[in-house]
Design a protein around this ligand. Structure first.
Ligand code: HPA
Length: 283
């Protein structure tokens, strides 16, 4: 009987092969960057060598939400070989299926030799001092989705049954990120704890107050799940949220996807500057 685990590993092999077939000779990126909602233009940093639509990569997320079109771009930033991933699967699209797709995507990166995963997202802020357009480096996260992508049989070849999460967001890489951001003059850069809700609804004002009370600084609908899968297979993670809005009930502004995309635009240049500054440290 072919198990779900074997099916997934076959999917990962196929995805890795599809990407390898398009890699320029000698191109070995040790870092991948995911681009959150409205942050696609950060990929303009890239001296692009190849663009692979997710539709050409079996098992990769085939996104359904406007602004989440999928593509993998390969190239150099400041001479460092990197991959940019535009488009991800969200738990609100159906958690079980999303978990499989995210595992295929992230474990494929691992298969290709990636060591560092730089995760970006668009997020709401729970702190008035981190307004729209701010950048918040993720120090830690709270997964309040009630879901964990690693539930079910564990594939020991990828990682342990019980994964430690005490250094989920790599302390050393974050120190490097903050120092590089400061040196590059990136404005409105802070640090905080990210809380992932399942979505797809935005939070209620009461949920925002709860998130603040339990120690969160930002809220969103992605990224903790990706971190969990990445840490399980040994990737180091660094992450930054582009603040698109204050949390529900903290301002008069109505929340919507359009507003998220608009807010992300405000943070996009700063995010690009920060991503570049970090990549330079990896050369
Ligand atoms: N909540 C959840 N996800 C988000 C938000 C928010 O306020 N803003 C951008 N993504």
């Amino acid at each position: 009987m072919v198990t779900a685990m074997a099916t997934m590993n076959t999917a990962i092999e196929k995805a890795a092969q599809a990407i390898k077939n398009r890699l320029p000779a000698g191109f070995r990126p040790k870092m991948a960057v995911t681009l959150g909602s409205g942050l696609g233009a950060v990929a303009a940093l890239l001296e692009e060598k190849a663009l692979i639509p997710y539709t050409d990569i079996p098992g990769f997320p085939q996104p359904t939400v406007a602004g989440h079109e999928g593509s993998l771009r390969l190239g150099h930033v400041a001479g460092v070989p990197v991959m940019f991933l535009k488009g991800r699967k969200h738990l609100y699209e159906g958690p079980d299926e999303a978990a499989v797709t995210l595992k295929v995507m992230i474990r494929t990166l691992k298969t290709l030799g990636v060591e560092i995963l730089f995760l970006t997202n668009a997020a709401g802020s729970l702190r008035a001092e981190y307004g729209p357009g701010s950048l918040v480096a993720i120090t830690d996260h709270i997964n309040i989705t009630g879901f964990n992508a690693l539930c079910g049989p564990n594939d020991d070849d990828w990682g342990p049954r019980f994964s430690p999460m005490d250094n989920a967001w790599d302390k050393d890489l974050r120190a490097t990120l903050m120092a590089a951001g400061k040196k590059a003059g990136v404005k409105n850069l802070g640090e905080g704890v990210y809380c992932q809700f399942m979505g797809p609804t935005f939070e209620t004002p009461a949920e925002i107050r709860m998130a603040r009370a339990i120690g969160a600084d930002t809220v969103g609908m992605s990224t903790a799940v990706e971190n969990i899968i990445a840490r399980h297979c040994g990737l180091k993670c660094v992450g930054v949220s582009a603040i698109t809005n204050l949390g529900a009930g903290m301002s008069d502004e109505a929340l919507s996807h359009e507003q998220t995309l608009h807010g992300a635009k405000m943070a996009e240049q700063g995010m690009a500057q920060l991503v570049r500054a970090f990549i330079e440290t990896q050369g």
